[in-house]
Design a protein around this ligand. Structure first.
Ligand code: GDP
Ligand code: IMO
Ligand code: MG
Length: 431
């Protein structure tokens, strides 16, 4: 298959970065199509760890990377990331990284609003990453956002910024009891960054279209996860973009017929950062053990991730919403050493069994997990590279996931390293 979309099936942090880095070997282009630096994607190559927030994870394999129109970009963070990667010896020049003219800019007032609002909400907070993601997407939809194309036109930029800031400062001061921002400071700061970023800015829809027509293979790197999707997730405890595969087309500026395969990344258990219902959440020593063994700390905010058993109701939802052609199971090694494992196959809502993920948050919050129990394995599987060498109970766990989700498993990951992987079916090289 020529073009592959990678999406998270749960609440983010499934290991998308590792899988994109691994499969980038077979791609020519790697595109991020939504989200911003709320994402934290971790790659480990030859023992060295890399974390990317904005630059697509294909950069480590030397592929041409694209920041799509669907993204919201904090230019300060982007420049820091370019410097960080360059210091590590990774080429991130304008020939390797292209930024859509239509991508939106995260402005200082977006971050100030995000943080002040969360503080004001107290216990009701969403638990955002505080990076200004929501307020920036709000402005995009309200048709007052600033985009890279404006950044390159200083008159346009200054005019729009001044209009926006008048309203934002009023809101910050009078509603959020926060400090107002100085337009001249922002203009100077953004002008400096515009000079450095100008060579990267491009009409990427055209570049991608031309590339696809001449046989380039494209990988689309999703951020967050299906259940953080603005439409399909656990609203309002979601992010502010569409994280599902359909948005790969819209957020990159290509037609949906170019999306040939869609891989859903599944952590072998479930985690969540931030607030919101979580049916299979564990509050006992097993949850603690998974959190510690899986090193479940946010790659962006360093927050401890909430942990729980695998939830197949969520996975079936993700398979349908994304049109998944295959699954990638990650962090399977973390489950080693547990006597028994549980898989949630349905929800008990006041005595009624639900097999579909409910749309009402109230209903979801009242659901209790219905579990199937499977035997665990005591072996350390992180050194295994062949499916047939996995313990029988590990294979039984994987087979059960395939049956329950009605989706085949294409790749199994047993460690953070690029090589700690079993590829059963390579989506780029098989039909
Ligand atoms: P992403 O946001 O989906 O890219 O995932 P993150 O990078 O935020 O979180 C996944 C974490 O798990 C990272 O620290 C990875 O290095 C690590 N990881 C990925 N796959 C595996 C695996 O199979 N086993 C283990 N033990 N760690 C993994
Ligand atoms: P990756 O790409 C996990 C969560 C936040 C919060 C909610 C809204 O690394 O998987 P936002 O700042 O987006 O307005 O926060 O979404 N969140 C993530 N959780 N992984 C992510 O990205 C996330 N990006 C946002 O914790 O609950
Ligand atoms: Mg992450």
């Amino acid at each position: 298959m020529a073009n592959i979309v990678i999406v998270g099936t749960q609440w983010g942090d499934e290991g998308k970065g590792k899988i994109v880095d691994l499969l980038a070997e077979h791609a020519d282009y790697v595109v991020r199509f939504q989200g911003g630096n709320n994402a934290g994607h971790t790659m480990v190559v030859a023992g060295e760890q890399f974390i990317s927030h904005l630059v697509p994870s294909g950069i480590l394999q030397g592929k041409t990377c694209f920041i799509g129109n669907g993204m919201v970009v904090d230019p300060e963070v982007l420049l820091e990331e370019i410097d960080y990667l360059q210091k590590k010896g990774i080429a991130v020049g304008p020939n390797k990284l292209r930024i859509s003219e239509r991508a939106h800019l995260i402005m200082p007032y977006h971050k100030a609003i995000d943080l002040a609002r969360e503080q004001m909400k107290g216990a009701q907070k969403i638990g955002t990453t505080g990076r200004g993601i929501g307020p920036c997407y709000e402005d995009k939809v309200a048709r007052r956002g600033l985009r890279f194309i404006d950044l390159l036109d200083q008159d346009e930029f200054q005019e729009k910024l001044k209009v926006n800031l008048e309203e934002k400062n009023f809101y910050l001061q009078n509603f959020l009891q926060s400090k107002p921002l100085d337009p001249m400071e922002i203009i100077q700061q953004y002008q400096k960054m515009a000079e450095r970023l100008a060579p990267y800015v491009d009409n990427i829809s055209v570049t991608l279209y031309d590339g696809i027509r001449t046989g380039r293979r494209v990988m689309f790197e999703g951020a967050q996860g299906t259940h953080l999707d603005i439409d399909h997730g656990t609203y309002p405890f979601v992010t502010s973009s569409n994280t599902v595969s359909g948005n790969a087309a819209c957020g990159a500026g290509i037609g949906p017929k170019e999306l040939n395969g869609i891989l859903g990344i599944v952590k072998a258990y479930t985690t969540r950062v931030g607030s919101g219902p979580f049916v299979t959440e564990l509050f006992d020593e097993i949850g603690d053990r998974i959190q510690k063994k899986g090193a479940e700390f946010g790659a962006t905010t360093g927050r401890k991730r909430r942990c729980g058993w695998l939830d197949v109701v969520m996975l079936r939802n993700a398979s349908r919403l994304n049109g998944l052609t295959g699954l990638v199971i990650t962090k399977l090694d973390v489950l080693g050493g547990l006597e028994t494992l549980k898989i949630c196959t349905g929800y008990d809502y006041n005595g009624t069994r639900l097999s579909d993920f409910p749309n009402s948050l109230k209903v979801l919050a009242a659901c209790k997990p219905i579990y199937e129990t499977l035997p665990g394995w005591s072996e350390d599987i992180s050194g295994i590279r062949s499916y047939k060498d996995l313990p029988e109970s590990t294979r039984a766990y994987l087979q059960r996931i395939e049956v329950l989700t009605e989706t085949p498993i294409d790749i199994i990951s047993v460690g953070p390293g690029r090589d700690e992987t079993m590829i059963l079916k390579n989506p780029f090289t098989t039909k």
